[in-house]
Design a protein around this ligand. Structure first.
Ligand code: 13P
Length: 235
C-alpha cells in the first residue's frame, strides 16, 4: 500500500475544502493500492469528515498537542481529533520545528500521546540546505530520530527542508539512501517522501521502490494535480 497525503498547510477555507473533497470522492481513485489522506486545517477536519466518511479517503491533522486535556489554551488533543473523524496526525513538520520551535523531545511526546490515543502519527524529519551541502544529512536525521530508536511500526515522512516549496529535490539515490537508512534503523517503518512533489517529478520518484508514498504540499491544493499524483503513485 502506498500513501499519498495532502498537506494543505494554512490554505483553503471550510467551503473550499468541502468542495475539493466532494469532487475528489467522485473520482475513480486506485484506493486498493493508494491510501489517500487529506490534512486540512483543524477547523475543516470535521466538516470534511462528514463528506468522506463513507469513502476510503482518510483525514490527518497537521499538528496535535501531547496533553489529553486541561489548561492549554489554543491546543488540540489527540482524543479531540479522533472525535472529529481524524485518523492520522502529521507531527514534527519542519515548519513547526522552525517557526514554532518544536524540539525533538516535544515531537516525541506528541508521538507517544497520539499512539496512546489511537491517532496514527506521521513523523516528519529532514535536513536543512547547509547540512545537505556539508554531507551531514544522515547525522542530522540520526539526531532527529534518536528518541525513536526503540520504537517500530512508524510512518515517517522524509522532507528535506530545502526541498519544500522550492521545486528542488534530492537526487534519486540520495532519497533512496535516507529511506534505506531509516528502514534499517526503525523496524517495520513506512517512509514517505515530501518536498516539491509534483506532476513533473512523480513518475521519476515512483521508480524508487523503497518510497512508500508522498507528503504533498503545494501540488495538493489543485484537485487535478492531486488526483494525477495519486494515480501516478499507483503505477
Ligand atoms: P511542497 O510540496 O509545497 O514542497 O511542500 C511539501 C511539504 O511541506 C509537505 O508537508
Amino acid at each position: 500500500m502506498k500513501y499519498v497525503v495532502a498537506n494543505w498547510k494554512m490554505n483553503k477555507t471550510i467551503s473550499e475544502g468541502i468542495e475539493f473533497v466532494s469532487m475528489l470522492k467522485k473520482e475513480n481513485l486506485p484506493d486498493d493500492i493508494v491510501k489517500t489522506i487529506i490534512a486540512p486545517s483543524f477547523i475543516s477536519i470535521n466538516p470534511i469528515f462528514e463528506i468522506i466518511k463513507n469513502t476510503k479517503i482518510s483525514l490527518a491533522s497537521q499538528n496535535v498537542f501531547y496533553e489529553e486535556e486541561g489548561p492549554y489554551t489554543g491546543e488540540i488533543s489527540p482524543l479531540m481529533l479522533r472525535s472529529a473523524g481524524c485518523e492520522y496526525a502529521i507531527i514534527g513538520h519542519s515548519e513547526r520545528r522552525i517557526l514554532f520551535n518544536e524540539s525533538n523531545e516535544i515531537i516525541f511526546k506528541k508521538y507517544i500521546s497520539s499512539k496512546k490515543n489511537l491517532l496514527i502519527p506521521i513523523i516528519c524529519f529532514g535536513e536543512k540546505y547547509e547540512e545537505y551541502k556539508k554531507g551531514a544529512t544522515i547525522s542530522v536525521i540520526n539526531d532527529q530520530l534518536e528518541l525513536f530508536n526503540n520504537e517500530n511500526n512508524i510512518i515517517f515522512a522524509y522532507e528535506p527542508v530545502w526541498s519544500i516549496g522550492t521545486g528542488l529535490i534530492p537526487k534519486m539515490n540520495e532519497i533512496q539512501n535516507v529511506i534505506d537508512y531509516v528502514k534499517n534503523k526503525i523496524k517495520n517503518s513506512v517512509v514517505l517522501y515530501g518536498g516539491s512533489v509534483n506532476l513533473k517529478n512523480i513518475e521519476e520518484l515512483a521508480k524508487i521502490e523503497v518510497i512508500d508514498g508522498y507528503l504533498v504540499g503545494g501540488a495538493s491544493l489543485d484537485l487535478n494535480n492531486f488526483k494525477e499524483i495519486i494515480i501516478k503513485s499507483s503505477c
